[in-house]
Design a protein around this ligand. Structure first.
Ligand SMILES: [Mg+2]
Ligand SMILES: [Zn+2]
Length: 220
């Protein structure tokens, strides 16, 4: 029997709020941020274009932004419990993020969490941050450079339980064997009639996975 992999989004899922949004609007150009965000909502821009464009006006040194996030970013409760449960059960846990290793790893270190991460990278140039995008060119399902194939690669033929909150999670969540969703992802899946488990914190997720009281579905 092949194993189970928990694929977890980072921004707004592991963390309480979306760090990328906050950094791009706070340290970048709020006008550019609003423009590209509208572009995403209206389907004119891909997520890759949005993230690349909204970080170009960010000129703060990486160390200052990391200091800021270490002071301000809180995790959604219970993530350590979920990681511990996965360790006991032999499930793989991987964070799959459209954000950057450079911003994610300091937070995991602060929390003493040792979890695999697949994310983009950023070159924090003084004249503006340049995103180094690390996802496949275009997904055969959604046509965007999305998380679906990476999630599959990590699961290596095993079962995927996807946990997420937003736009970047849509395509991978639709292809998973089971989904825990909150906020925008939950609204999206609901509209499309895709089954999912709602959640507020990781204690609930761990509890439902521990008891096996979680509905699997055939992957699409
Ligand atoms: Mg998110
Ligand atoms: Zn896709």
């Amino acid at each position: 029997m092949s194993g189970r992999t928990l694929v977890v989004d980072f921004d707004g899922t592991v963390t309480k709020t979306d760090l990328l949004d906050t950094i791009a609007s706070r340290f970048g150009d709020p006008v550019v941020y609003r423009e590209v965000d509208e572009g995403l909502d209206e389907g004119r821009l891909s997520l890759r274009e949005v993230i690349t464009r909204e970080f170009r006006p960010v000129r703060k040194p990486l160390a200052e932004v990391v200091d800021w996030e270490l002071e301000n970013v809180e995790l959604r409760p219970g993530f350590d419990e979920l990681v511990e449960l996965a360790r006991e059960r032999g499930w793989r846990v991987v964070i799959v993020s459209s954000g950057f290793h450079e911003l994610i790893e300091p937070i995991l270190e602060r929390e003493g969490l040792d979890v695999e991460v697949h994310a983009n990278r950023v070159d924090p140039r003084p004249d503006g941050w340049v995103v180094d995008w690390r996802y496949d060119e275009s997904c055969e399902s959604c046509g965007e450079s999305c998380k679906r194939s990476i999630a599959r690669r990590f699961a290596n033929g095993g079962e995927i339980v996807y946990i997420g909150d937003g736009y970047s999670d849509r395509c991978a969540a639709e292809a998973a064997d089971g989904v825990f969703a909150t906020r925008g992802l939950a609204r999206y899946l609901e509209e499309r009639g895709v089954p999912f488990e709602p959640f507020e914190d990781f204690h609930e997720v761990a509890e439902r996975l521990r008891d096996g009281g979680f509905a699997r579905r055939a992957s699409g």
